[in-house]
Design a binder for this molecule. Structure first.
Ligand SMILES: *Cc1c(COP(=O)(O)O)cnc(C)c1O
Length: 455
């Protein structure tokens, strides 16, 4: 067979026209969302005040295996998709590993990440329902940027609550969002009751994702024709992100390849859930032996050290409760943490798969992650996002294991985005100023003690 190319693209005709809903093939379902007031499982209608109807339906639908991607969404996908499947020949050579390493690169769009895949879908359904605006939160800024792009495309006004420390550290992120006409507000803010309460209790707080979510939800539920959209964690987001895995699987099929190990970084779990979905199907349905590895920061270790329990999805406790691996909804990673992936919880779908032993998880300190990022940049020529670099670290370590055992495994990892807005973190690393912080058991216990009592 001809040598596998460095970059492989599907044709437009080969791109997926349906998303894949992994829940349809899970023998045991993730636990249902609960109404925090009654502790009863939520019904689809209960979500209508927060999400637009079609997305509420997708959130609750665990039966439809394949969901048609509307034409309008496919059209916008075609502006920046398919994303390339890249054979990391240079990284393999640098490591001296017999393993074959592939990565699916999602950074080729202005948001610089995979998040646009779900942003487009969410903006489209909101517009189609006749909504007049949407709100969201953003931490590092990729989600806010992606949603700004999508909302501009569909002419839908958007307010973004941006975690205050990122708002200050990344002024250019704000400028990009403003270019796409979004209204960007640092969180916590005085524009919501929950924001004012958090500020009153802790005036110097630099904010958290959970807190920004509370503000965005409050704004959506108190504004006519407005709904909230979220860029990760939710079942609907994993559904949209399945486009990553579907493209990757099809491309590998054409190349005559199939991964032995699939590695991805895990914040709220959307890119990982999307990348692994069709391969996990093969494991659940056909008994394939593929391994799946979630990589998270040691400073925000929800899978590796969290509890599998019901918790709120936000600090303000205004969202439904989800059963997931969590560090407690008021967990805020240490201030020196620069690598993203700072959410306290994890997708209920991935949490369930991990709990049932279908997926593994590892954590790394950030200096180890930036070592991998710089090595990767030098040989592969792409400047990776710190988040994505967790997956690079995980994949490198899998490849180094192969070097020891001599096994020629096929490794696939998700390169979720580029790191151009993270140069402060890169500079800290180059100047030797980056430090590692691993929370103690006692610190984590404080979060667990405050978990809602459900059962
Ligand atoms: C948001 C983000 C992540 C983490 O989010 P998930 O929902 O866990 O995928 C990873 N990489 C990049 C580049 C991101 O922007």
């Amino acid at each position: 067979m001809a040598k596998i190319p460095y970059r492989f693209y599907l044709t437009e005709e080969q791109m997926p026209t349906q998303w894949y809903n992994l829940r349809a093939d899970m023998k045991e379902q993730p636990a249902p969302l609960l109404n925090p007031a009654t502790l009863q499982p939520l019904k689809e209608e209960d979500l209508y005040p927060i999400f637009c109807k079609e997305l509420a339906h997708q959130e609750m639908d665990s039966e439809t295996r394949y969901v048609d991607i509307p034409e309008e969404i496919q059209e916008m996908y075609k502006i920046y998709r398919p994303s390339p499947l890249i054979r990391a020949y240079n990284l393999e050579k640098e490591l001296g590993t017999p393993a074959k390493i592939y990565y699916k690169f999602e950074g080729n769009n202005t948001s610089g990440s995979h998040k646009l895949n779900s942003a487009i879908a969410q903006a489209y359904y909101a517009k189609k329902q006749g909504l007049t605006s949407v709100t969201t939160e953003t931490g590092a800024g990729q989600w806010g940027t992606a949603l700004s792009e999508a909302c501009a495309y569909f002419h839908l006004p958007l307010t973004v609550y941006m975690v205050k420390c990122s708002f200050m550290q990344k002024p250019y992120r704000k400028a990009v969002m403003q270019t796409f006409d979004a209204n960007v507000i640092p969180s916590p803010s005085d524009t919501t009751a929950v924001g004012r309460k958090i500020l009153a209790e802790n005036p110097d707080t630099t904010g958290s994702l959970g807190c920004a979510i509370s503000e965005a939800v409050e704004k959506a539920t108190t504004t006519d024709g407005c709904r909230y959209v979220l860029g990760s964690v939710l079942n609907q987001v994993l559904l949209h992100q399945s486009v990553i895995g579907l493209e990757a699987k099809k491309a590998m099929e054409i190349l005559g390849e199939y991964p032995d190990v699939v590695v991805g970084c895990a914040g709220g779990g959307s890119n990982l859930g999307g990348l692994i979905a069709p391969f996990m199907r093969d494991k659940l349905v056909d008994g394939k032996k593929t391994r799946f590895v979630a990589v998270e920061p040691a400073s925000c270790p929800s899978l590796t050290r969290g509890k599998y329990a019901y918790d709120f999805c936000d600090t303000g406790k205004v969202t439904p409760m989800a059963k997931m691996y969590t560090l407690g909804c008021d967990f805020i990673p240490s201030a020196n943490h620069a690598g993203g992936l700072r959410y306290h919880g994890m997708s209920p779908i991935l949490s369930k798969l991990y709990h049932d032993g279908y997926m593994e998880a590892v954590s790394y300190e950030q200096t180890k992650v930036f070592e991998a990022a710089t090595l990767f940049a030098r040989v592969e020529t792409i400047l990776p996002a710190p988040e994505s670099s967790h997956a690079i670290r995980g994949a490198i370590d899998e490849a180094l294991k192969c070097k020891e055992t001599g096994e020629q495994k096929t490794i696939l990892f998700g390169l979720t985005g580029t790191g151009y807005f993270d140069m402060t973190a890169y500079s800290a690393f180059h100047e030797g100023k980056m430090t590692d912080y691993i929370p103690t058991d006692e610190e984590l216990q404080k979060g667990f003690d405050r978990l809602p009592k459900v059962d």
